[in-house]
Design a protein around this ligand. Structure first.
Ligand code: IPM
Ligand code: MN
Length: 352
């Protein structure tokens, strides 16, 4: 039996409680399937700044580079809002993504039928929503140099190379092949040179996938399309900043940010994290929704460790829990019984 190593970075705010919950679910499937995992925790984000003066300490860097997969809770700490860039939790997250080379961020957004009443959108718009955002994660404005702010003027650099666009586009098209065979590529090619390169490169990559239908859309119209006709979208392929914005918008479709997982993939170990933040106002109260992190563990098993069967079992358990009426506070309608983080986790553990 191979033992796979998972580096766990609980991080800030609700990060520790949701990762603890997800590890309980992992433990349950591991026992049933006779799988062995070596799990160790390392500091990351605001906690790491407070303990070590660095949001991504050297020991954490070393550990994630050796691990087979990385599970992250959340980073973000309001007490560090005014800190210099090197001591911000978000800077650590960007450095972590760069260190792992995880250029492809996958954010699946599927509406669970039991939760259509939780979205501000009309239920008929939500029927059949099942899309995956493929967000480029290690390039663009987040990383471009020069950058800076002298108080009078500030600059960020938006730069993309053909190779950077090609590799994320290939992953998006390959994923479309196993799904509804549609790629919606989002850019701003009417204005930006980077987007013109993006579009030209995506068109070239599309030639390798003649069975996949490619459509281009400007980012402003994509923002409309996500709420006016989300069910028409299969793979949404886009650059770093546009993907950041559109993925929060897409989260509205499912009713709560707390439900959504993500996988960030590259050449080596993948990084798996819920898309919600550290939610400091509810941290430590056992009220956070653990499902985003539990589904991130499912993505870790499938995409990170090549174990699709236990991944599917976790996803099925979550679907059954929701269908059976299990609700944390963020997804409860007035009058519904509200479960704690622990209560929701107990319910899912009992169903795997
Ligand atoms: C996300 C987050 C991060 C991002 C922040 C915390 C740096 O918003 O993962 O979407 O902008 O990438
Ligand atoms: Mn974001």
């Amino acid at each position: 039996m191979t033992t796979r190593s998972i580096a766990v970075l609980p991080g800030d705010g609700i990060g520790p409680e949701v990762t603890r919950a997800a590890l309980r679910v992992l433990d349950a499937v591991a026992q049933q399937d006779g799988l062995a995992f070596e799990i160790a925790e390392y500091p990351m984000g605001g906690v790491a700044v407070h303990q070590h003066g660095d949001p991504f300490p050297a020991a954490t860097r070393e550990a994630v580079l050796k691990a087979d997969a990385v599970l992250l809770g959340a980073v973000g700490d309001p007490s560090l809002d005014g800190a210099p860039r090197a001591r911000k939790p978000e800077t650590g997250l960007l450095a972590l993504r760069a260190a792992l080379g995880v250029y492809a961020n996958l954010r699946p957004v599927a509406v669970h039928p039991a939760l259509t009443a939780h979205s501000p959108l009309r239920p008929e718009r939500l029927t059949g929503v099942d899309l995956v955002i493929f967000r480029e994660l290690t390039g663009g404005l987040y990383y471009g140099e020069p950058r800076g702010n002298d108080g009078q003027a500030a600059v960020n650099t938006l730069r993309y190379t053909r190779a950077e666009v090609e590799r994320i586009a290939r992953l998006g098209f390959a994923a479309a092949r196993g799904r509804r065979k549609k790629v919606l590529s989002v850019d701003k090619a009417n204005v930006l040179e980077t987007s013109q390169l993006w579009r030209a490169t995506v068109i070239e990559v599309a030639r390798e996938f003649p069975d996949v239908q490619l459509e281009h859309i400007y980012v402003d119209y994509a923002a409309m399309r996500l709420v006016s006709d989300p069910a028409s979208i299969d793979i949404l392929l886009t650059e770093n900043m546009f993907g950041d914005i559109l993925s929060d918008e897409a989260a509205v479709l499912v009713g709560s940010l707390g439900l959504l997982p993500s996988a960030s993939l590259g050449a080596g170990a993948g990084l798996f994290e819920p898309i919600h933040g550290s939610a400091p106002t509810i941290a430590g109260q056992d009220v956070a929704n653990p499902i985003g992190t539990i589904l991130s563990v499912a993505m870790l098993l499938r995409h990170g460790l090549g174990l699709p069967a236990p991944a599917a079992r976790i996803e099925a358990a979550v679907a059954r829990a929701l269908a059976g009426g299990a609700r944390t506070r963020d997804i409860a309608l007035p009058g519904e019984t509200v479960l704690s983080t622990t209560g929701m986790t107990d319910c899912i553990v009992g169903l795997v």
